[in-house]
Design a protein around this ligand. Structure first.
Ligand SMILES: [Zn+2]
Ligand SMILES: [Zn+2]
Length: 320
């Protein structure tokens, strides 16, 4: 069972995305690339090299529902005559064409993000959503944690690895400890936990960083020897990456805790102090990063949280 990486261009800052072809029965593609002419052409070319056509694809599996990973899923499904599409049920957004504007708006307002900034973030998002089509609820199936995706000569185990998004999944081939990890593991950068409503209670934030740390530890338990990420080169030394991520997260934690004043500040104010010169596109990522760290620090009892005027105010604990 051979896993064939294909790199596709994206219009995003992150650069090309990796999708993975398993060229045996049922012919399966893990992630699809964004809905652009350049990406579909590069995908056709990649498939042609191994004598496969889009119409041969029987199964489309999504690591998560970000546009660079899921954008072409619908076009591929249509061209491949109803190939099966599988995604974790916690992956919302484009998956079902429900964009959760209201839930996001509430979470951003509560984090102290000013109204004009929320409008700016929405505009950026409107620009991004053109790169993916949505699905109706009866057009996809669910990926379940621990389930095996069977192939002619082997299988891949689905491992739910929330963090980057609530429904992010990785795929583990235990026979040779190979992992396809989507944006859960990226060689050159620490993945961003993106601000998301909690899939169980959408009035709450998903505790993305705490979940992410658990997911990394879970992947580590497979002692991977090769990890294919959503972007960039594969990782051969997972232990080194794991330690580097933990160090980076701990350092960022310390920085965020230092930035929380005794008098209190909203997540937006703390994000602005962390990333003072952030442009429009990255402001949502800046808030995501700040709240992820504030949530973790608060859950570990390192900072205090109060609600004032409908907004979260984090305060340094007075005894330290
Ligand atoms: Zn992503
Ligand atoms: Zn990505």
């Amino acid at each position: 069972m051979r896993i064939i990486p294909i790199s596709l261009p994206t219009p995003f800052y992150i650069g090309p995305v990796n999708v993975y072809l398993i060229a045996e029965d049922p012919i399966t593609i893990i992630d699809t690339g964004p809905k652009t002419k350049e990406a579909i052409e590069a995908l056709r070319e990649g498939l042609r090299r191994v004598r496969i056509r889009v119409s041969d694809i029987r199964r489309i599996v999504l690591t998560h529902a970000h546009e660079d990973h899921c954008g072409l899923a619908r076009s591929l499904r249509d061209e491949a005559k109803d190939a099966e599409v599988l995604v974790h049920k916690w992956e919302t957004g484009h998956r079902v064409g429900r964009l959760e504007y209201a839930e996001h708006r509430t979470l951003l307002e509560r984090a102290g993000v000013p109204t004009n900034e929320i409008a700016g973030m929405r505009k950026v998002y409107e620009g991004v959503r053109q790169y993916a089509d949505s699905f109706k609820p009866d057009e996809y199936g669910e990926l379940r944690d621990e389930e095996e995706l069977e192939f002619g000569t082997g299988s891949l185990r689905v491992v739910h690895t929330p963090g980057h998004t609530p429904g992010s999944c990785s795929f583990v081939r235990e026979a040779d400890r190979t992992v396809i990890a989507g944006d859960c593991v990226l060689k050159r950068i620490t993945p961003n936990p993106i601000l998301s409503p909690d899939p169980i209670d959408s009035s709450k934030r998903f505790p993305s960083l705490a979940e992410y740390l658990v997911s990394l530890a879970r992947l580590r338990s497979f002692a991977p020897t090769l990890v294919h990420g959503g972007h960039g080169e594969p990782v051969h030394d997972f232990e080194e990456l794991f330690n580097r991520y933990f160090r980076a997260i701990r350092e960022r934690q310390a920085e965020v805790i230092r930035l929380v004043p005794k008098a209190g500040a909203t997540p937006w104010e703390i994000a602005s102090a962390m990333f003072p010169a952030t442009d429009d596109v990255h402001r949502f990522l800046a808030v995501s990063e700040a709240v992820a760290h504030l949530d973790l620090a608060h859950s570990e009892g390192k900072i205090e949280l109060e609600f004032g005027d409908g907004k979260e105010v984090y305060r340094r604990i007075s005894s330290i």
